[in-house]
Write a protein that binds this ligand. Sequence first.
Ligand SMILES: [Zn+2]
Length: 229
Amino acid sequence: MFEIHNNMIDDRIDEIGENHVGTSAKTPLRADAFDISDEEKIAKIQDSVKDILETLGMDLTDDSLKGTPKRVAKAFVNEMFMGLNPKNKPSASTFDNNYKYGEMLVEKNIIVYSTCEHHLLPIVGRAHVAYISNGKVIGLSKMNRIVEYFSKRPQVQERLTMQVVQAMQEALGTDDVACVIDAKHLCVNSRGIKDIESSTVTAEFGGKFKNKETKREFLDYIKLNTTFD
Ligand SMILES: [Zn+2]
């Protein structure tokens, strides 16, 4: 009985991963995630990567492979997954909207390089972020930084989209924020069904962006001169 139950849970976990279903809007981090330093993490991951490559039969005395475990470990901690650590969160400085610009502001084609948390393979695409100011404005490069920060985690595209919107809402003190992400998942494009052309679109519309016309206006803006190749 226990075994059957266990198999069912395993199947369910496999199904969640293969279908890229996220289980929560928050990145599933443990409470002790930052109890050890980045340097300690790099050392541990280096050993693990060495183990993986050796298990695969690679000769790590070869000059070409010698430095790989350390390189991978540093890339994981300092680059690909640096957005897990709150110390890397971009400061959300805002400015007063002095010229009383009351229309929608759209930042298009923000490059997204993320990592699918189910296969640890790249998600590559573009994010389009919009907000309507209620008195505060945010620097344009800040919007890119926010997208980058949440991209640099093991991710699910839906969660990334929501996290960008939530961070912008908090920074600007308004619900009127929207984000659309169009991205290719290399786990889909290179494995299994090998569908090279397909991409995944996710969208989160907050506050006024739930209104049909406002949503339409945003979607019309991002259609202009936007290519996804
Ligand atoms: Zn995947």
